[in-house]
Design a protein around this ligand. Structure first.
Ligand code: FE
Length: 276
């Protein structure tokens, strides 16, 4: 096995999005524009309603996929085609925006902890204009495996240790796991060679490749077959994403991610003309 070493450890940048929701952005910043095929990674997390109550009112997307993983809290989504759903603690949504939709994502609570991730995953040119598709995953649909004495594994997409996640038929063949390791426990996680992979540590600390990684850090991994992770003395919990790079040109403007500038202009025209 070839061990995946650390390429880079990134501290997320505090910013705000939507109508003023406070977030920490780890991918999609001036220093880390993208990590093919990942276009954006935000962590939202606050116990103060003022930090998130404004939510994400109506906005468009075209050309990629948005993935929401709720750790705590409730968020309701509605789109202009009449789709609606409530995302609760431990649930996930994989939305393939394709040729476009306009939606809102609004908190269904005014105080208390709201915490989770939003990830954007690119689509290859051949799928940028497909019909929008939702995969709304209730918390109980996400398989949980207790790793004896080591920790708790949830698989949202892909397969690990024989556990298969509910999200299916995604262009970049992603693995998406949430792994909560007990104090001082170690594990080797196989990740197929050639996939772009990162971890985001959101509780405790972990040790990887001789480095100690603190809470709220993104770890970008080099290529290889597996990553060996050891939790710190208070345990460590992280998400790990791995997916096939797309290797195509990226033209990006806000909520539109296409291959060329012309396609971005077209997205604006179509959006203004109400064609989403
Ligand atoms: Fe959105």
């Amino acid at each position: 096995m070839t061990e995946r070493s650390i390429d880079q450890i990134v501290s997320p940048v505090p910013t705000s999005d939507g109508a003023g929701v406070k977030i920490k952005r780890a991918i999609g910043t001036p220093t880390l524009d993208h990590l093919d095929p990942f276009l954006l990674l935000d962590l939202f997390g606050s116990e103060d309603g003022a930090d998130y109550i404004a939510g994400f009112p109506d906005h468009p997307h075209r050309g990629f996929e948005t993935v929401t993983y709720m750790l705590e809290g409730k968020m309701r989504h509605r789109d202009n085609a009449g789709n609606e759903g409530l995302l609760g603690s431990g649930g996930a949504q994989w939305m393939t925006a394709g040729r476009g939709l306009v939606h809102s994502e609004m908190p269904e609570q005014t105080d208390g902890l709201m915490k989770g991730f939003q990830l954007w995953v690119n689509l290859p040119a051949s799928q940028k204009m497909i019909a929008p598709r939702y995969q709304d995953i209730n918390p109980e649909e996400i398989p949980v495996k207790e790793l004896d004495g080591i920790g708790t594994l949830k698989v949202i997409a892909g397969e690990l240790f024989g556990v298969i996640g509910p999200v299916s038929e995604i262009a970049t063949k992603p693995l998406f796991i949430d792994l909560d390791l007990k104090p001082d426990q170690e594990i080797d996680i196989p990740i197929a060679q050639g996939k772009t992979a990162f971890m985001f540590i959101f509780e405790g600390t972990i040790h990887v490749d001789g480095e100690t990684v603190e809470t709220d850090r993104l770890v970008i991994l080099e290529d290889g077959d597996q990553v060996s992770v050891k939790a710190g003395l208070n345990g460590g919990r992280f998400i790990l994403l791995a997916a096939n790079p797309i290797n195509e040109p990226i033209a990006r403007y806000g909520p539109f991610v296409m291959n060329t500038q012309e396609e971005i202009y077209q997205a604006f025209d179509d959006f203004r003309a109400g064609k989403f």
